[in-house]
Design a protein around this ligand. Structure first.
Ligand SMILES: Nc1nc2c(ncn2[C@@H]2O[C@H](COP(=O)(O)OP(=O)(O)OP(=O)(O)O)[C@@H](O)[C@H]2O)c(=O)[nH]1
Ligand SMILES: [Mg+2]
Ligand SMILES: [Zn+2]
Length: 296
């Protein structure tokens, strides 16, 4: 038996492709491993064990999985075992109407705390969604941090929010995820260099999520930029978990399976009309519900 097997050492997956991955041991040492489909498909963030031939032996049960909808409306997993999803938006490129609401819903549905970063605040924020909704979101309890990568002092509050946690940076291509990563991880070049030495591949072709070690402990996951983030096909009950603030009212809806649309006696709609709940959240709900009907 090798040391690895006899110790049952747990490794943390930092990157995985279709049949190979890279995992970090307790000492931080990187190891390349391989796997067959039938042993399960590991995700960045998975805790795994390896056998003597550096093949995947087991994947520990996951706390959660963050993913997105693929073109066929199925959940495509991106990373596992996250503490928070950092949703980065910026005035340029301007987000689509529901990008932020979809990300927030995805984080809640998958049981992961969201943190919103509004980056590039050196550029004037347009008075349109989602920027004019930020105060409303804050009043609902969402945490929002405003940053500009051109000014380090705006980033000073981030390290304490990230230390010891596994956080995933999500957001549209060009909003500044890699710029934030660079600012938060001084030895990023060394880390990406070590990774490409293990895989024998350049880092510029990276198309998967990668875990990077934070200086104060914990991990920051960079994800390849997407132009549009879509949800996957799901039941109404599941989508409802994406709008946790509705729970204060939905118990008073006349029908238990209320969709908060035109349903008679809907307490969520009434709350949105009275202003108790921001109307824009109810409107986003209606659009995401209609989106689900199109996915089915
Ligand atoms: N004005 C301004 N520009 C910024 C700021 N942060 C990043 N940028 C610029 O925005 C552009 C895109 O930044 P990236 O960090 O590459 O964006 P990304 O989100 O990693 O993009 P993808 O890797 O394609 O997903 C670069 O030209 C950055 O210099 C900021 O705070 N203000
Ligand atoms: Mg990037
Ligand atoms: Zn209702």
């Amino acid at each position: 038996m090798s040391d690895k097997e006899s110790s049952g050492e747990q490794f943390l997956v930092v990157q995985a492709s279709s049949n190979r991955g890279v995992a970090a041991g307790k000492d931080g040492q990187l190891t390349e491993f391989h796997f067959r489909r039938r042993s399960g498909r590991p995700l960045p963030g998975d805790r795994i064990t390896l056998d003597t031939a550096d093949a995947l032996a087991s994947i520990a049960p996951r706390d959660n999985v963050f993913g997105r909808g693929d073109p066929r409306g199925r959940l495509k997993p991106i990373a596992a075992n996250l503490d928070q999803v950092i949703i980065v938006i910026a005035p340029q490129p301007a987000p689509s109407r529901d990008l932020l609401h979809r990300y927030l819903a995805a984080a809640h549905i998958q049981g992961i705390r969201p943190l919103i970063i509004v980056n590039k605040t050196d550029i004037e924020l347009p008075e349109q969604p989602p920027f004019d909704e930020l105060d409303g979101l804050q009043s609902l309890g969402y945490e929002i941090v405003r940053t500009r990568c051109t000014d380090g002092s705006s980033l000073e509050c981030l390290p304490t929010r990230l230390a010891g946690q596994t956080s995933l940076l999500a957001g549209q291509s060009g909003v500044g995820k890699s710029s934030l990563l660079n600012a938060l991880i001084p030895d990023l070049d060394l880390q990406t260099g070590a990774l490409s030495r293990v895989t024998g591949k350049g880092t510029h072709t990276t198309t998967t999520a990668i875990l990077h070690r934070l200086p104060d402990g914990g991990w920051l996951v960079d994800t390849p930029g997407v132009w549009e983030y879509g949800l996957w096909r799901m039941e109404v009950e599941q989508l409802q978990r994406g709008f946790p603030e509705f729970a204060d009212y939905s118990g008073d809806c006349r029908f238990r399976n209320c969709r908060h649309r035109e349903d008679p006696g809907c307490a969520v709609r009434a709350a949105a009309e009275s202003g108790a709940l921001p109307a824009f959240r109810h409107e986003a709900w209606l659009r995401l519900l209609a989106e689900q009907d199109r996915l089915k």
